[in-house]
Design a protein around this ligand. Structure first.
Ligand SMILES: NC(=O)c1ccc[n+]([C@@H]2O[C@H](COP(=O)([O-])OP(=O)(O)OC[C@H]3O[C@@H](n4cnc5c(N)ncnc54)[C@H](OP(=O)(O)O)[C@@H]3O)[C@@H](O)[C@H]2O)c1
Ligand SMILES: *[C@@H]1O[C@H](CO)[C@@H](O)[C@H](O)[C@H]1NC(C)=O
Length: 329
């Protein structure tokens, strides 16, 4: 015992500098990690008696958000395209929260028919809808088309949600104060809306398509907030952070090996799904946001979006175009 302590002391004395450097670097790394983790939703608000619908809630930040809503006592509807994965997620959420009021519903955002069917079912069978969370998303897939012939990323990330939201507005208005949360991304900053070629038929670039769809989320949020002024329904858009989820499923396999190796050190710095869900949860429940609408959030605080996301004329134009594309006009 005595001997062991001496050996340790000896080692520490010999390597004092090295150990100090290692300690400081470790603490620094932890601090950076904590800083990157961003804000945490501190609201303790309960949602007993309220209903929350979340799209794409079987995995990633959607599932974490659903778990949090269930913990707060809400009736939670997981709207998902893969019913097997959805049921597994719902089972897990029920088990971890003790909230039995967690249900799954079929929703494929790449099909307008599926969107209409879900909206009809909700309108017919739900007495209220307090929080709608447009979370589902697809990123940087190949040049794919939805069932209705729309470019896939615009179709799923924007058009499907545009139709779904519009079809649920009456129920949201009956349940005021109610909220609509739109999960966008920092990627909107480099985006533009290709009004002359909205499906990117002329030239498809997967990142151009993703950025356009996330800018469309931002413009939708603003125009929707304008249209809902005075109704008691408020709207929020957000960037959740960079998070370890399945979102990279179409991108990662196409990257060269060296790019993947280079990316490795950064992987430990990106957010966990729990951390990534915090801004969505903040927008969905935090009392301090009750009278804000049409704004953009990141790390549980408001953020100024890119200038093209503040373009009211473009927001109006995109609304009209989207309405005619999904058959609402
Ligand atoms: N992860 C990030 O770093 C990051 C950064 C910025 C923004 N975001 C945004 O955060 C949101 C959630 O992404 P995530 O990171 O949690 O990704 P994820 O783990 O890939 O989850 C995406 C969810 O969307 C669903 N989905 C995809 N296509 C759908 C369709 N056609 N119909 C219905 N649901 C569909 C997926 O269902 P399946 O499992 O059945 O495919 C899944 O449940 C997205 O809007 C994304 O753009 C994420
Ligand atoms: C409403 O619920 C009932 C009973 O579960 C079901 O039979 C009916 O199909 C649902 N309505 C819609 C539009 O799905």
């Amino acid at each position: 015992m005595q001997n062991y302590a001496e050996v340790v002391r000896d080692f520490v004395e010999k390597h004092a500098t090295g150990l100090t450097v290692a300690f400081v670097a470790g603490a620094g790394l932890l601090a950076v990690r904590r800083w990157l983790a961003g804000g945490v939703c501190r609201s303790k608000v309960r949602l007993d008696g309220k209903t929350v619908l979340i799209t794409g809630a079987n995995t990633g930040i959607g599932k974490e958000t659903a778990l949090d809503m269930a913990q707060r006592g809400a009736r939670v509807i997981l709207a998902c395209r893969d019913m097997t994965r959805a049921r597994i997620a719902a089972d897990e959420i029920r088990q971890r929260t003790g909230n039995g009021n967690v249900v799954v519903r079929k929703l494929d955002l790449a099909s307008l028919q599926s969107v209409r069917d879900l909206a009809k079912e909700i309108r017919e069978n739900e007495s209220r809808l307090d929080i709608l969370i447009n979370n589902a998303g697809i990123m940087m897939c190949p040049k794919w088309k939805t069932e209705d012939g729309f470019e896939m990323q615009l179709g799923v990330n924007h058009l499907g949600h545009f139709l779904l939201t519009n079809c649920l507005l009456d129920l949201l208005k009956k349940s005021t104060p109610s909220r609509i949360v739109i999960v966008s991304s920092l990627a909107h900053e480099k985006g533009r809306i290709h009004f002359d070629d909205i499906n990117l038929d002329k030239e498809y670039k997967r990142e151009v398509s993703y950025r356009q769809s996330k800018l469309a989320n931002m413009l939708f949020c603003r125009e929707l907030a304008t249209r809902l002024q005075g109704t008691g329904v408020t709207v929020y858009s957000l960037h959740p952070g960079v998070i370890r989820t399945e979102l990279g499923r179409h991108l990662i396999p196409t990257l060269s090996l060296w790019k993947r190796v280079l990316a490795m050190p950064f992987v430990m710095l990106i957010k966990s799904p729990w951390e990534g869900a915090q801004t969505t949860i903040h927008c969905a429940v935090d009392e301090s946001l009750a009278y804000e609408s049409g704004l953009y959030y990141s790390d549980c605080a408001t953020k100024t979006p890119a200038p093209q996301a503040l373009d009211a004329a473009a927001a109006k134009r995109l609304w009209d175009l989207s309405a005619s594309m999904v058959g609402l006009a």
